[in-house]
Design a protein around this ligand. Structure first.
Ligand SMILES: Nc1ncnc2c1ncn2[C@@H]1O[C@H](COP(=O)(O)OP(=O)(O)OP(=O)(O)O)[C@@H](O)[C@H]1O
Length: 414
């Protein structure tokens, strides 16, 4: 289709503490997380010449998601595990909500810190419900309260409690197991959540969905989340701040994704950010931040000839067929409607849609794989909302560039 058929918006609403997400979730939630401080924290494993973590000092603000990124072996996991004392620091101090972690009893730590890991670590001989209820049970909740909480948590991570509560982990897909892992980590309502590559072991699409879910959850819950990942793009998508770590967990840069993408502190960070920093900035913007385009639509029961005439009269090269619940089901061009008897099987099926919460980066991917060069946007129940065209994405990139030109003189042009 020609670009002018999808009228685009250039209003680039930047994310600042993700106000959009928070507003959508629950009318703006209170921050329930607490501040974490690491003060000159080091770890030297027995028998090792060099420390695995050397004198790390950082503050993780309450209610923020902070991603720790860095090359393999740089000490990310060690740094994170010292926060819940799965690993004891050799020196330094860690405070959680102002209290010295060292002085907290393990039960108090479990109550305050949820933990989700890549291998999920669900107990195979326990049902999903029993897995989610482990920590509340350990800290002495009554069984009725645990059962209610289990159902609430399964619901929260998008698993129907009635269907999944009594299954065993092996009866779930990898992505579902990871959801259960997140539900379990959140069950005792800890203010802090530690996540070590929690979405590492699933396919890219499931991974993208789980990331979206985490953003939605976090908008609702306002926890303090520390997140370890190899994947800089994941850090950009999920982190309010990113700590780029070098050897022995030295902090090379600790800032917002926007600032790191626009101004990497040095060549090592720039290397880590990788090519296409401009493109990655699209991961900071949501589909809901841009004005959606419109294309002609028809209900499945409309006469194909009528729709063809509407498309031709409007000089639109294609349109969308919506089902009775206004969900986009088919993409058709005027030419494809010639001689067709029903819209039900005209043109091609709409296989992929993006949501208002999807990133513009996701939208761009959908645009590039679509023959017509658009991403179809559907709301939470699948209802058609509009389309994003390549011109909208281009306009957004131009706006981002203009925005950074004043603030980032040394930025390499792209
Ligand atoms: N129990 C241990 N004993 C000795 N050395 C260890 C131990 N655990 C980790 N290390 C070493 O400490 C360093 C940091 O390991 P850590 O697992 O924290 O890194 P990481 O950045 O999380 O790595 P990856 O991304 O590969 O998971 C590595 O050199 C590792 O070999």
């Amino acid at each position: 289709m020609s670009q002018n058929e999808v009228h685009s918006g250039t209003g680039v609403g930047r994310r600042e503490g993700r106000p959009d997400d928070r507003d959508v979730a629950s009318g703006g939630s209170a921050v329930s997380g607490v501040e974490i401080r690491l003060e000159e924290v080091s770890k030297r494993y027995p028998g090792q010449a060099l420390p695995a973590v050397e004198s790390v000092t950082m503050t993780i603000p309450a209610g923020n998601t902070v991603a720790l990124v860095g090359p393999s072996g740089c000490g990310k996991t060690t740094t994170m595990k010292m926060i819940n004392r799965l690993i004891e620091p050799s020196s330094g101090r860690i405070t959680i909500g102002g209290e010295d972690a060292h002085s907290l009893h393990p039960d108090q730590l479990r109550r305050r810190i949820g933990y989700a890991i890549q291998q999920v670590g669900l107990f195979p001989h326990m049902t999903v419900g029993e897995n989610v209820g482990v920590v509340p049970g350990l800290i002495g909740w009554r069984s009725g309260r645990v059962a209610d909480r289990v159902d609430e948590m399964l619901d929260l991570v998008g698993l129907d409690p009635a269907e999944y509560r009594d299954r065993f982990p092996r009866q779930l897909s990898g992505g579902q197991q990871q959801r259960v892992g997140v539900a379990r980590a959140l069950a005792a309502d800890p203010p802090v959540l530690l996540m070590d590559e929690p979405f590492g072991a699933v396919d890219p699409i499931t991974r993208g969905n789980l990331q979206d879910e985490l953003l939605r959850l976090q908008a609702e819950l306002g926890k303090t989340i520390v997140f370890v990942t190899h994947d800089f793009d994941e850090a950009v998508k999920l982190g309010d701040r990113i700590a780029v770590l070098g050897p022995r967990s030295t902090i090379l840069q600790y800032d917002t994704p926007e600032a790191i993408l626009a101004n990497p502190a040095d060549d090592t960070v720039a290397g880590f950010v990788g090519a296409g920093a401009k493109l990655k900035q699209l991961a900071l913007l949501r589909v809901r931040d841009v004005e959606l385009g419109e294309v002609p639509t028809a209900r499945v029961d409309e006469a194909p000839e009528d729709f063809r005439r509407r498309l031709t009269d409007g000089r639109s090269q294609f349109g969308l067929v919506l089902d009775a619940r206004r969900r986009p089901v088919r993409l058709v061009s005027a030419v494809e409607l010639r001689g067709v008897t029903s819209l039900r099987n005209a043109g091609r099926p709409v296989v992929d849609t993006v949501s208002p919460a999807s990133t513009l980066h996701d939208a761009l991917e959908a645009i590039l794989t679509d023959d017509e060069g658009v991403a179809v946007v559907a709301k939470s129940r699948g209802e058609y909302a509009g389309v994003v065209g390549i011109d909208t994405v281009m306009a957004t990139i131009r706006a981002l560039r203009a925005e950074h030109e004043g603030s980032a003189d040394e930025e390499t042009p792209s």
